[in-house]
Ligand binder design. Structure first.
Ligand SMILES: [Zn+2]
Length: 292
Protein backbone atom coordinates (compact mmCIF):
# COMPACT_ATOMS: atom_id res chain seq x y z
CA UNK A 1 0.00 0.00 0.00
CA UNK A 2 1.34 3.45 -0.93
CA UNK A 3 2.01 5.81 1.98
CA UNK A 4 -0.56 8.37 0.74
CA UNK A 5 -3.20 5.68 0.37
CA UNK A 6 -2.44 4.38 3.84
CA UNK A 7 -2.78 7.89 5.27
CA UNK A 8 -6.07 8.34 3.38
CA UNK A 9 -7.36 5.15 4.99
CA UNK A 10 -6.38 6.32 8.46
CA UNK A 11 -8.11 9.64 7.82
CA UNK A 12 -11.28 7.96 6.54
CA UNK A 13 -11.30 5.65 9.55
CA UNK A 14 -11.02 8.58 11.96
CA UNK A 15 -13.56 10.66 10.08
CA UNK A 16 -16.13 7.85 10.08
CA UNK A 17 -15.56 7.26 13.80
CA UNK A 18 -15.93 10.98 14.47
CA UNK A 19 -19.15 11.30 12.45
CA UNK A 20 -20.85 8.15 13.68
CA UNK A 21 -23.70 8.29 16.19
CA UNK A 22 -22.99 4.67 17.01
CA UNK A 23 -20.10 2.30 16.33
CA UNK A 24 -20.49 -1.45 16.22
CA UNK A 25 -17.12 -3.18 16.60
CA UNK A 26 -16.77 -6.80 15.53
CA UNK A 27 -13.55 -8.37 16.80
CA UNK A 28 -12.22 -11.84 15.97
CA UNK A 29 -9.06 -13.94 15.95
CA UNK A 30 -7.05 -11.45 13.87
CA UNK A 31 -7.39 -8.91 16.65
CA UNK A 32 -5.76 -11.22 19.16
CA UNK A 33 -3.10 -12.22 16.63
CA UNK A 34 -2.35 -8.50 16.23
CA UNK A 35 -1.95 -8.35 20.01
CA UNK A 36 0.65 -11.12 19.77
CA UNK A 37 -1.59 -14.01 20.79
CA UNK A 38 -1.79 -16.58 18.05
CA UNK A 39 -3.82 -19.64 18.96
CA UNK A 40 -2.81 -21.58 15.89
CA UNK A 41 0.95 -21.25 16.09
CA UNK A 42 3.94 -22.74 17.83
CA UNK A 43 5.52 -19.50 19.00
CA UNK A 44 7.30 -18.03 22.01
CA UNK A 45 4.11 -17.54 24.05
CA UNK A 46 3.04 -21.09 23.33
CA UNK A 47 6.38 -22.53 24.40
CA UNK A 48 6.52 -20.40 27.53
CA UNK A 49 3.27 -21.84 28.88
CA UNK A 50 2.77 -25.15 27.08
CA UNK A 51 6.25 -26.52 26.50
CA UNK A 52 5.76 -29.65 28.63
CA UNK A 53 2.72 -30.56 26.53
CA UNK A 54 4.46 -29.74 23.28
CA UNK A 55 7.35 -32.04 24.16
CA UNK A 56 5.33 -34.92 25.54
CA UNK A 57 2.43 -35.04 23.06
CA UNK A 58 3.76 -33.18 20.03
CA UNK A 59 1.07 -30.51 20.45
CA UNK A 60 2.01 -27.54 18.27
CA UNK A 61 -0.47 -24.77 19.14
CA UNK A 62 -2.91 -23.76 21.87
CA UNK A 63 -5.88 -24.89 19.77
CA UNK A 64 -4.05 -28.06 18.86
CA UNK A 65 -3.91 -28.94 22.55
CA UNK A 66 -7.53 -28.03 23.11
CA UNK A 67 -8.58 -30.59 20.51
CA UNK A 68 -5.96 -33.19 21.51
CA UNK A 69 -7.39 -36.47 22.80
CA UNK A 70 -5.67 -36.84 26.16
CA UNK A 71 -5.93 -40.37 27.51
CA UNK A 72 -6.73 -39.33 31.08
CA UNK A 73 -8.76 -36.55 32.71
CA UNK A 74 -5.73 -35.76 34.88
CA UNK A 75 -3.71 -34.90 31.77
CA UNK A 76 -6.57 -33.14 30.04
CA UNK A 77 -7.21 -30.91 33.04
CA UNK A 78 -3.53 -30.18 33.49
CA UNK A 79 -3.62 -28.84 29.94
CA UNK A 80 -6.94 -26.99 30.32
CA UNK A 81 -5.85 -25.41 33.61
CA UNK A 82 -2.68 -24.24 31.86
CA UNK A 83 -4.80 -22.79 29.07
CA UNK A 84 -7.18 -21.00 31.45
CA UNK A 85 -4.26 -19.67 33.45
CA UNK A 86 -2.58 -18.46 30.26
CA UNK A 87 -5.70 -16.57 29.19
CA UNK A 88 -6.13 -15.03 32.62
CA UNK A 89 -2.48 -14.10 33.08
CA UNK A 90 -1.09 -12.74 29.81
CA UNK A 91 -1.08 -8.94 29.59
CA UNK A 92 -3.76 -7.06 27.68
CA UNK A 93 -2.63 -6.53 24.08
CA UNK A 94 -1.72 -3.04 22.87
CA UNK A 95 -4.32 -2.96 20.03
CA UNK A 96 -7.08 -3.34 22.63
CA UNK A 97 -5.75 -0.40 24.62
CA UNK A 98 -5.46 1.71 21.48
CA UNK A 99 -8.96 0.84 20.32
CA UNK A 100 -10.33 1.71 23.75
CA UNK A 101 -8.75 5.16 23.57
CA UNK A 102 -9.87 5.75 19.99
CA UNK A 103 -13.49 4.99 20.94
CA UNK A 104 -13.38 6.98 24.16
CA UNK A 105 -16.42 9.24 24.47
CA UNK A 106 -18.22 7.59 21.54
CA UNK A 107 -21.38 5.52 21.61
CA UNK A 108 -20.18 2.00 20.79
CA UNK A 109 -20.68 -1.71 21.30
CA UNK A 110 -18.28 -4.63 20.84
CA UNK A 111 -19.32 -8.01 19.47
CA UNK A 112 -16.64 -10.67 19.62
CA UNK A 113 -16.16 -14.32 18.75
CA UNK A 114 -12.89 -14.29 20.70
CA UNK A 115 -12.88 -16.44 23.79
CA UNK A 116 -9.70 -14.99 25.28
CA UNK A 117 -11.44 -12.28 27.39
CA UNK A 118 -9.13 -9.50 26.13
CA UNK A 119 -12.02 -7.21 25.09
CA UNK A 120 -13.69 -7.82 28.45
CA UNK A 121 -10.52 -6.86 30.29
CA UNK A 122 -10.73 -3.26 29.13
CA UNK A 123 -14.23 -2.51 27.83
CA UNK A 124 -17.15 -2.28 30.28
CA UNK A 125 -19.15 -5.51 30.51
CA UNK A 126 -22.38 -3.87 29.33
CA UNK A 127 -20.65 -2.84 26.09
CA UNK A 128 -19.25 -6.27 25.12
CA UNK A 129 -20.94 -9.42 23.89
CA UNK A 130 -18.74 -12.52 23.75
CA UNK A 131 -20.98 -14.84 21.78
CA UNK A 132 -18.71 -17.91 21.68
CA UNK A 133 -18.14 -18.20 25.41
CA UNK A 134 -14.85 -17.65 27.16
CA UNK A 135 -11.84 -19.75 28.09
CA UNK A 136 -11.88 -18.89 31.78
CA UNK A 137 -15.30 -20.35 32.65
CA UNK A 138 -16.62 -23.90 33.05
CA UNK A 139 -19.97 -25.56 32.41
CA UNK A 140 -21.33 -29.07 32.93
CA UNK A 141 -20.42 -31.20 29.89
CA UNK A 142 -23.90 -32.64 29.47
CA UNK A 143 -24.92 -29.81 30.24
CA UNK A 144 -27.29 -30.83 33.04
CA UNK A 145 -28.00 -27.33 34.35
CA UNK A 146 -27.87 -23.71 33.25
CA UNK A 147 -24.87 -22.28 35.07
CA UNK A 148 -21.37 -21.21 34.12
CA UNK A 149 -18.56 -21.05 36.64
CA UNK A 150 -15.66 -18.58 36.55
CA UNK A 151 -12.57 -20.73 36.96
CA UNK A 152 -9.44 -18.56 36.64
CA UNK A 153 -8.57 -18.70 40.34
CA UNK A 154 -9.01 -22.46 40.60
CA UNK A 155 -7.06 -23.01 37.39
CA UNK A 156 -4.11 -21.14 38.88
CA UNK A 157 -4.31 -23.41 41.90
CA UNK A 158 -4.49 -26.50 39.65
CA UNK A 159 -1.42 -25.31 37.76
CA UNK A 160 0.59 -25.20 40.96
CA UNK A 161 -0.19 -28.91 41.45
CA UNK A 162 0.78 -30.14 37.99
CA UNK A 163 3.38 -32.87 38.07
CA UNK A 164 4.84 -33.54 34.67
CA UNK A 165 1.66 -33.13 32.62
CA UNK A 166 -0.90 -34.31 35.20
CA UNK A 167 -2.92 -32.93 38.06
CA UNK A 168 -3.95 -35.08 41.06
CA UNK A 169 -7.17 -37.06 40.46
CA UNK A 170 -8.84 -35.33 43.41
CA UNK A 171 -8.49 -31.97 41.65
CA UNK A 172 -10.24 -32.90 38.39
CA UNK A 173 -13.32 -30.66 38.30
CA UNK A 174 -16.74 -32.31 38.56
CA UNK A 175 -20.22 -30.97 37.95
CA UNK A 176 -21.62 -29.85 41.33
CA UNK A 177 -25.09 -31.05 40.26
CA UNK A 178 -24.70 -34.36 38.38
CA UNK A 179 -21.11 -35.20 39.31
CA UNK A 180 -20.19 -35.63 35.64
CA UNK A 181 -17.24 -34.10 33.80
CA UNK A 182 -16.96 -30.35 33.28
CA UNK A 183 -16.07 -28.55 30.06
CA UNK A 184 -14.77 -25.10 29.21
CA UNK A 185 -17.58 -22.71 28.32
CA UNK A 186 -16.61 -22.25 24.69
CA UNK A 187 -18.16 -23.15 21.35
CA UNK A 188 -18.29 -26.95 21.02
CA UNK A 189 -20.90 -29.66 20.53
CA UNK A 190 -21.94 -29.27 24.17
CA UNK A 191 -21.69 -25.45 24.37
CA UNK A 192 -24.19 -24.18 26.95
CA UNK A 193 -26.49 -21.69 25.24
CA UNK A 194 -28.31 -20.75 28.43
CA UNK A 195 -29.03 -17.57 30.38
CA UNK A 196 -25.55 -16.06 30.03
CA UNK A 197 -25.41 -16.82 26.30
CA UNK A 198 -28.85 -15.30 25.68
CA UNK A 199 -27.85 -12.28 27.74
CA UNK A 200 -24.86 -11.63 25.49
CA UNK A 201 -27.13 -11.69 22.43
CA UNK A 202 -29.77 -9.54 24.10
CA UNK A 203 -27.28 -6.73 24.89
CA UNK A 204 -26.08 -6.70 21.30
CA UNK A 205 -29.58 -6.77 19.73
CA UNK A 206 -30.69 -3.94 21.99
CA UNK A 207 -27.82 -1.74 20.82
CA UNK A 208 -28.61 -2.51 17.18
CA UNK A 209 -32.32 -1.76 17.61
CA UNK A 210 -31.62 1.55 19.31
CA UNK A 211 -29.28 2.70 16.57
CA UNK A 212 -30.41 1.30 13.26
CA UNK A 213 -31.89 4.59 12.01
CA UNK A 214 -28.82 6.57 13.04
CA UNK A 215 -25.44 7.09 11.46
CA UNK A 216 -23.76 3.78 12.23
CA UNK A 217 -20.22 2.60 11.63
CA UNK A 218 -19.56 -1.14 11.49
CA UNK A 219 -15.89 -1.68 12.31
CA UNK A 220 -14.67 -5.20 11.63
CA UNK A 221 -11.33 -6.24 13.11
CA UNK A 222 -9.64 -9.48 12.16
CA UNK A 223 -12.56 -11.62 11.05
CA UNK A 224 -11.27 -14.48 8.91
CA UNK A 225 -12.96 -16.52 6.19
CA UNK A 226 -13.76 -19.53 8.33
CA UNK A 227 -16.73 -18.23 10.32
CA UNK A 228 -18.20 -15.23 8.46
CA UNK A 229 -21.73 -15.89 9.79
CA UNK A 230 -21.23 -14.31 13.22
CA UNK A 231 -19.80 -10.89 12.36
CA UNK A 232 -18.82 -10.37 8.72
CA UNK A 233 -22.02 -11.33 6.92
CA UNK A 234 -24.40 -9.63 9.38
CA UNK A 235 -22.23 -6.47 9.19
CA UNK A 236 -22.43 -6.55 5.37
CA UNK A 237 -26.19 -7.09 5.42
CA UNK A 238 -26.88 -4.32 7.93
CA UNK A 239 -24.57 -1.87 6.17
CA UNK A 240 -26.35 -2.62 2.90
CA UNK A 241 -29.90 -2.31 4.20
CA UNK A 242 -29.63 0.40 6.88
CA UNK A 243 -30.09 3.95 5.59
CA UNK A 244 -26.98 5.57 7.06
CA UNK A 245 -24.51 2.79 7.78
CA UNK A 246 -20.85 2.50 6.78
CA UNK A 247 -18.53 -0.52 6.95
CA UNK A 248 -14.79 -0.61 7.57
CA UNK A 249 -12.80 -3.82 7.76
CA UNK A 250 -9.18 -3.94 8.88
CA UNK A 251 -7.36 -7.17 8.16
CA UNK A 252 -3.91 -7.94 6.73
CA UNK A 253 -5.26 -10.92 4.75
CA UNK A 254 -9.03 -11.09 4.62
CA UNK A 255 -10.14 -7.48 4.18
CA UNK A 256 -12.94 -7.89 1.65
CA UNK A 257 -15.40 -5.32 0.41
CA UNK A 258 -18.38 -6.71 -1.51
CA UNK A 259 -19.20 -4.88 -4.75
CA UNK A 260 -22.60 -3.81 -3.40
CA UNK A 261 -20.89 -1.92 -0.57
CA UNK A 262 -18.41 0.01 -2.71
CA UNK A 263 -20.10 3.31 -1.83
CA UNK A 264 -20.65 2.35 1.80
CA UNK A 265 -17.42 0.78 2.87
CA UNK A 266 -13.66 0.54 3.02
CA UNK A 267 -11.27 -2.41 3.26
CA UNK A 268 -7.90 -1.71 4.87
CA UNK A 269 -5.39 -4.47 4.09
CA UNK A 270 -2.96 -3.78 6.87
CA UNK A 271 -1.74 -4.97 10.21
CA UNK A 272 -4.47 -4.18 12.75
CA UNK A 273 -2.03 -3.20 15.51
CA UNK A 274 -0.32 -0.73 13.18
CA UNK A 275 -3.54 0.86 11.91
CA UNK A 276 -4.99 1.33 15.40
CA UNK A 277 -1.72 2.73 16.68
CA UNK A 278 -1.39 5.23 13.81
CA UNK A 279 -5.07 6.17 14.04
CA UNK A 280 -4.71 6.90 17.75
CA UNK A 281 -1.59 9.04 17.23
CA UNK A 282 -3.35 10.96 14.45
CA UNK A 283 -6.50 11.40 16.53
CA UNK A 284 -4.50 12.78 19.47
CA UNK A 285 -2.61 15.12 17.15
CA UNK A 286 -5.86 16.44 15.72
CA UNK A 287 -7.46 16.96 19.10
CA UNK A 288 -4.37 18.89 20.25
CA UNK A 289 -4.48 21.09 17.15
CA UNK A 290 -8.20 21.56 17.65
CA UNK A 291 -7.63 22.73 21.20
CA UNK A 292 -5.09 25.41 20.19
ZN1 LIG B 1 -23.98 -31.74 35.37
Amino acid sequence: MLPEQYQDNINTLLQKIEEADAIVVGGAAGMSAAAGYNWYRDDENFRKYFNAFAEKYGIDSIFGGFYYKFRTEEERWAYLATLINFVAEVPLGQPYKDLYKILDGKEYFVLTTNQDTQFMQIFPEEKVSAIQGNWTALQCSKPCHDQIYPYAEQAKELCSHIEGTKIPTSMVPECPVCGGPMELWVRSFVFLEGTKFRDEHRKYRKFLLENQEKKVLFLELGVGQMTPMFIKEPFWNMTYSWPDAYYITINPKDALLPGQLEEKGLAIHEDIALVLRDALVEQQKESKEGAV
